[in-house]
Design a protein around this ligand. Structure first.
Ligand SMILES: Cc1cc2nc3c(=O)[nH]c(=O)nc-3n(C[C@H](O)[C@H](O)[C@H](O)COP(=O)(O)O)c2cc1C
Length: 191
């Protein structure tokens, strides 16, 4: 159990209505240790494609400021994302790119945990290493282990109900969230 209440926000890398990764993200609050609340971050659906000319003329889009503010305020961030062509989905990368140019860069010193789900066997392992690399540049504190790659996710998640039906998967997710609570307590967040 965490000593103080932990306010964690979650970001889903898929914009798809029927997203498996969103179903995984939605399961997080029910698997969190006592004292950790997990709420979805504000959306990045309406961010324009990153262009420094926009930043330098009309400034940051309001939703990018809002996402940045919420990341800054959070004790930790959990990113649950699919893998697209072995990397970060474009919309999520675009959101990270916008947020990364804000003053008082929100990810700096921020504890981050990663999860991914894929109908394929590898479960999105490669997107997590791509994400880790971006987080290194942003000076985030990314939790090393346990890693959560949900492979063959169509067999572990009921897409009709949105529930994870595979108990070991829920167990691994619980373990990561417990480790994340300890990680935040040990390394802290600069907020
Ligand atoms: C553009 C694109 C690229 C993809 N590339 C990969 C990939 O590199 N690795 C993988 O495991 N699945 C890949 N997939 C399949 C996705 O894992 C699958 O569509 C998954 O359901 C997407 O996540 P979501 O259900 O949360 O939307 C790709 C899908 C799309 C649309």
């Amino acid at each position: 159990m965490a000593d103080k209440a932990l306010n964690v926000i979650s970001i889903c890398g898929s914009l798809r209505k029927g997203s498996y990764n969103r179903m995984v993200m939605n399961a997080l609050p029910g698997l969190a240790p006592e004292g950790m609340s997990i709420k979805e971050a504000p959306p990045f659906t309406d961010f324009p494609l990153y262009n420094a000319d926009i930043q330098n003329s009309t400034g940051f889009p309001a939703p990018a400021q809002t996402l940045g503010d919420d990341i800054r305020k959070a004790d930790g961030v959990i990113i649950v994302t699919p893998e697209y062509n072995f990397g970060i989905p474009g919309a999520l990368k675009n959101a990270i790119d916008w947020v990364s140019r804000l003053q008082n860069q929100p990810f700096a010193g921020k504890p981050v945990a990663l999860q991914s789900a894929s109908p394929g066997p590898v479960g999105g392992a490669r997107v997590q290493y791509d994400m880790r690399r971006a987080m290194v540049f942003l000076d985030a504190l990314t939790l090393n282990k346990p890693e959560i790659f949900i492979g063959n996710c169509a067999q572990r998640i009921d897409e009709k109900t949105g529930q994870i039906t595979d108990e070991p998967t829920k167990g691994f997710m619980k373990q990561q969230l417990a480790a994340f609570a300890k990680f935040i307590a040990a390394h802290g967040s600069k907020n």
